[in-house]
Design a protein around this ligand. Sequence first.
Ligand SMILES: NC(=O)c1ccc[n+]([C@@H]2O[C@H](COP(=O)([O-])OP(=O)(O)OC[C@H]3O[C@@H](n4cnc5c(N)ncnc54)[C@H](OP(=O)(O)O)[C@@H]3O)[C@@H](O)[C@H]2O)c1
Length: 207
Amino acid sequence: MKVAVIGAGRMGGGFARALAARGYEVAISSRDPAHGAQLAHELGAARGGGEAEAVEGAAIVFLTIPWTAVAETLPRLGDLSGKVLVDVTNPYVEGRLQPHRDTSDAEEIQRLAPGARVVKGWNTIFSQVVNSSPDFDGQAATVFLAGDDPVAKESVAGLARDMGYDPVDCGGLSAARTLERVVGSLGTLGHQFPWGSYALKILRRPS
Ligand SMILES: NC(=O)c1ccc[n+]([C@@H]2O[C@H](COP(=O)([O-])OP(=O)(O)OC[C@H]3O[C@@H](n4cnc5c(N)ncnc54)[C@H](OP(=O)(O)O)[C@@H]3O)[C@@H](O)[C@H]2O)c1
């Protein structure tokens, strides 16, 4: 399966490496296509370059850019119709988490890219985990997913399982409002642990 990663930073680089290692055909992009190509080489991704080029032919597109860059970036990605668009962003503005009042990053992305099938995911997972492993002594870190398209959400859940995560379906895309607030509690919940060294886990009993 072809997967595009938009944004060649901490999250993007981690996804590209993890997915390429599991046999996905990954294209990673940068605003600087030469940097994208160089990174692809370093991370073992199949292709690297510019943004629209990466999206072409991809079934799943990871959007791993700052929230504040979303509005300017989406129009550069070309036609996203029918593609699964995984939103990992958190609403940081000028270095501070500023959750929306009656919407979420994910819902705004869906509004800006109406043909895409937006799924929220990984926004509560530290980049250190993406770049190392979601395995914590045999326990898989939980990835919370939200989206209005059940087929798209299941395809992202499958990809999460392939990468070793435990995906949990949190409901429709508006559940991203909660997920984008949860991230604000991560520092408090793990205040005695080194930053990035922990992850949330949902424990459940079979029903
Ligand atoms: N870091 C974490 O632990 C973490 C955890 C969960 C969610 N997130 C979310 O994931 C997203 C990416 O985070 P990150 O930590 O990977 O960030 P990062 O290391 O700063 O990388 C973001 C990448 O986005 C690209 N980009 C595109 N337009 C940009 C712009 N106008 N300004 C700056 N960069 C731009 C840049 O790549 P090019 O310059 O190559 O284009 C940059 O390398 C953010 O929305 C963040 O809130 C982060």
